[in-house]
Design a binder for this molecule. Structure first.
Ligand code: SAM
Length: 272
């Protein structure tokens, strides 16, 4: 793809806007990546210069172009059962405790296209023998990207992702869709009923009053600078019930970040 030129001041404008809006911190080495991602959106609009696209974003009083810009620049890689030792920890340490509770609240706070939230839902149900037995259990799943949230709501994925899901759970909660020539599968309505997908920006105030039994905040902090990471962890900590857990990505760590959580094991922390 032949991209238009982006000069340093244009890069600086976009870099600052993205950082201030959602915390993603882009170094100059990411210029090419940013250009490619923005250009996909510009191409749809028939715009061939970054300066013109910048003006288009600023002139859009509805704010919807800004939403699309943020959709374009976020990195959304995810998988079912990603970093599977977290789900082993949930099964062995967390779900047995949750079984004693009537109300269960879980938050997947950078859920991308939903695989993380559906993995939580299927492992939770599995731990409870497939039925919640009248418990009030909810998984809140949030992300900044409306494009990812639309995919998550749909709950349809390519069948090549099925091998990531243990066979028993796959058979119970995933159904191959014949109308897609067997290329896509759909997660069950039982899983969907447990989850609420919402748009939420991790670096702004959260419109939440709940505290959670655990929060998964995985593979998003890595894109933030240290200051925003510290603020994020401090804010999330207040949303964890005492005794509850925070899971971060394996390539992330709270080492060197001011925080009040107890280290449990690599990438797992507990609120005391
Ligand atoms: C790499 S994905 C991680 C998905 C999943 N948690 C996992 O570990 O597989 C990072 C997600 O963070 C989202 N994100 C980035 N900045 C955000 C922000 N300020 N608020 C909410 N979500 C954000 C992106 O849209 C993206 O879907």
């Amino acid at each position: 793809m032949l991209l238009p030129q982006m000069d340093d001041s244009e890069f600086e404008d976009f870099r600052k806007l993205i950082h201030e809006s959602i915390g993603i911190s882009l170094s100059l080495q990411k210029k090419q990546l940013l250009m490619t991602r923005l250009y996909r959106r510009m191409y749809q609009l028939g715009i061939n210069s970054y300066g013109e696209y910048w003006a288009h974003v600023l002139n859009d009083e509805t704010g919807s172009e800004m939403v699309l810009l943020l959709n374009a620049v976020s990195t959304n890689k995810t998988d079912f059962f990603r970093e599977s030792d977290h789900f082993t920890f949930l099964k062995n340490e967390v779900y047995p405790q949750l079984q004693k509770q009537q109300t269960i609240r879980i938050w997947s706070c950078a859920c991308s296209s939903g695989e993380e939230a559906y993995t939580i839902a299927m492992t939770l149900l599995d731990a409870f023998g497939g039925v919640l037995g009248g418990r009030d259990a909810k998984v809140l799943a949030t992300d900044i990207s409306t494009r990812m949230l639309d995919q998550a709501e749909l709950g349809r994925y390519p069948v090549n992702q099925l091998p990531l899901i243990p066979e028993v759970l796959r058979n119970r909660y995933c159904q191959i869709l014949p109308e897609t020539n067997g290329e896509m599968f759909q997660v069950s309505s039982q899983l969907k009923a447990l989850i609420r997908f919402r748009r939420l920006n991790l670096i702004q105030e959260y419109p939440l009053r709940t505290q959670f039994d655990f929060i998964m905040c995985r593979n998003v902090m890595i894109y933030f600078d240290r200051d925003d990471q510290e603020k994020l962890i401090e804010r999330l900590s207040g949303y964890i019930k005492p005794g509850g857990y925070l899971f971060v990505g394996h390539s992330e760590s709270l080492i060197g970040l001011q925080n009040s959580l107890k280290y449990v094991q690599s990438s797992i922390y507990q609120r005391i």
